[in-house]
Write a protein that binds this ligand. Sequence first.
Ligand code: 5GP
Ligand code: ZN
Length: 141
Amino acid sequence: MNDCIVCRIAAGCIPSRKVYEDDLVLAFLDISPVSPGHVLVVPKEHFNPLWNVPDEVLARLLSVAKRIAKAQMDSALAPDGVNLFQTNGTAAGQTVFHVHFHVIPRKNGDGAGWTFPEGAYASPEEADATAAAIAAALEKA
Ligand code: 5GP
Ligand code: ZN
């Protein structure tokens, strides 16, 4: 067993409050939730970051995340909305290095969230060049 905390949870070596499990994925409550009902959806197999996850596994992760979001909405939690959130790298806020999707129930005015700083591009031309750079990289991917 490696020292990855999610692998240990998936193996049952560390307890978790499980809400869903199938052959490929597991979902359980986050230990330090943004809001009540905050769930993590993880592949049972260790993958990191997102772009190393096989498409079949990713499809299942997203399908389960969708179902959990709907279940949160239909549950007694009765949130006003749900965030799907995923981190890759410390710069992006990742602290657990086994791919996971956060499914976070949200209430109007709950104060959670993150800010989008203004002025990410110096000019419209810079935004154009950025779109072209990503498109060019996609051609090679
Ligand atoms: P990240 O910042 O990497 O996207 O999110 C990692 C999440 O894993 C955090 O929200 C954190 O609370 C959660 N977490 C870390 N350790 C454990 C644990 O042992 N059990 C559970 N259930 N959640 C954990
Ligand atoms: Zn792992």
